[in-house]
Design a protein around this ligand. Structure first.
Ligand code: HEM
Length: 436
């Protein structure tokens, strides 16, 4: 089949099927990937086909990761989520056959390539690392999480706008910090991601499996989900003139409604197609409930719900302001259609799709609440953000060896860059690392 030129991906031999569907959801992304990935209905790692059915409930990281990836190519996800050698030595017994067709993804994970070299160094470093910052992360998470209820209740009890805004900020920060936890084995903190009406299971697909593995490409669901309103891919087929300029106006609206759009789409899809809702989708309701039970009986349930919806839209706005301007969108950053680095290493691809927030690095609190240390987080998503700073010397050394660079800028520069990227339709012809 001939692919139209504009649909040619820089990281795969196919244009992803899910992008042809009218409603883009986590579920349609998974369905499309099962069609595209040449995994023969099972699990694919490199050029082998594996049957992990028996292993789903035994997986130390929790059953979700394996159950939800059945029928897909998990090569990069498998590499990025394990730092010990155990998983690699375990897979042989589940191998069924060699894959009939080549992999569709063209990124590489060579033993002597950037990512595997860095990973081996990180593996060694982890043996001697100071783990105490993990406790600080846990404490920060718990304090911010509890402060949601304190500020929410205060907003009703004192009829205070300040408390309402603070509750919104606390919801936003709780959601961002709990992202530090949902990338790992199942744990109670991952559930607190749902305080903003979104769901960590949906995000384990759209964020961990899609965005983290294939950032800024056609396979990145976090780009395509925004495309009716905001489009970062520099391609006039996706980004009409109208969308380019109108997006600057619709952007603040999109920020305010993003959380509601996520749950709305999931409810709509569940009613029309297959249920993709979980019991823990109800967790965010604990906020208005606490407000009503502790402080709102005289004010009434309706007022509590109104205040809760207001703080959630503040949280949504703050989340988008932080998240969409944190790392990935700037004309200097690789987006689908731009010239590729010659070295197709998966880790270098991650480096090319990110500019870190340099202004946060001095504070663990700011890193946790603002998607800081983003490059290291993309490369090693299961590691606590608290210990990432200790890995910088190894990262710098390995980047130097592979003639790559880590880029940094502050939040204002990111906001300016993100808006320029919304306007950009011309692909970059200079490949990252070309040095010209
Ligand atoms: C889509 C594929 C997979 C994903 C996303 C995934 C994800 C994870 C996660 C998040 C953890 C917990 C890490 C932590 O909290 O530090 C984990 C641990 C683990 N997983 Fe997986 N996993 C996948 C496939 C597999 C497979 C196929 C095997 C072996 C057959 C496996 C074996 C293990 C083992 C042994 C651990 C314990 C920690 C370690 O030794 O690294 N996983 N996995």
């Amino acid at each position: 089949m001939v692919i139209e030129t504009w649909k040619k991906s820089g990281i795969a031999t196919k244009f992803p099927t899910y992008r042809n569907s009218s409603l883009v959801t986590v579920h349609t992304w998974q369905q499309g990937k099962r069609q595209d990935d040449e995994a023969e209905g099972l699990w694919r790692i490199h050029d082998g086909i594996y049957d992990f059915t028996e292993f789903i409930d035994k997986h130390p990281g929790g059953p979700f990761w394996i159950r939800e990836t059945k029928g897909t190519d998990i090569t990069e996800a498998f590499e990025a989520h394990h730092l010990t050698k155990a998983p690699q030595s375990m897979i042989a017994k589940y191998k069924v056959r060699d894959a009939a067709k080549p992999r569709i993804y063209t990124l590489t994970l060579e033993e002597d390539g950037f990512y595997k070299t860095l990973k081996e160094r990180v593996r060694q470093k982890l043996k001697t690392i100071d783990n105490s910052p993990k406790r600080t992360s846990d404490l920060i998470h718990l304090s911010i999480f509890l402060s949601i209820y304190i500020f929410a209740i205060a907003s009703v009890k004192l009829n205070s706008l300040v408390a309402l805004v603070l509750a919104g900020v606390a919801i936003c920060w709780t959601v961002i910090i709990s992202h530090n936890y949902f990338h790992r084995k199942d744990n109670w903190r991952m559930y607190t991601f749902n305080m903003g009406m979104m769901n960590f299971c949906a995000w384990r697909i759209s964020h961990a499996m899609s965005h983290h593995i294939y950032p800024n490409s056609y396979f990145d669901l976090e780009l395509s989900m925004f495309e009716p309103l905001l489009c970062w891919i520099p391609n006039p087929h996706l980004k009409s003139k109208m969308l380019r300029y109108v997006s600057w106006v619709t952007e603040p609206i999109a920020y305010f409604i993003a959380f509601f759009l996520q749950i709305g789409t999931r409810i709509f899809y569940s009613l029309r197609h297959t249920n993709i809702m979980y019991w823990h989708d109800l967790l965010s309701l604990s906020i208005p409930l606490a407000m009503y039970l502790v402080a709102g009986r005289s004010a009434g349930l309706l007022l509590c719900v109104r205040y809760w919806l207001s703080m959630t839209s503040i949280a949504s706005f703050a989340f988008c302001l932080i998240g969409l301007n944190a790392a990935h969108h700037d004309p200097e950053i690789y987006h689908e259609g731009d010239a590729n680095r010659e070295d197709r290493d998966w880790g270098l691809f991650q480096v090319d799709t990110i500019i870190d927030r340099g202004d946060l690095k001095w504070s663990q609190f700011l890193v946790l609440t603002h998607f800081g240390d983003h490059i290291l987080h993309h490369l090693f998503p299961t590691l606590d953000h608290g210990i990432l700073p200790q890995l910088y010397p190894i990262l710098y050394e390995t980047l130097d060896e592979f003639k790559a660079q880590m880029r940094e800028c502050n939040h204002i520069e990111h906001i300016i860059g993100q808006h320029k990227q919304l306007l950009r339709t011309e692909p970059n012809t200079r490949a990252p690392g070309s040095g010209k």
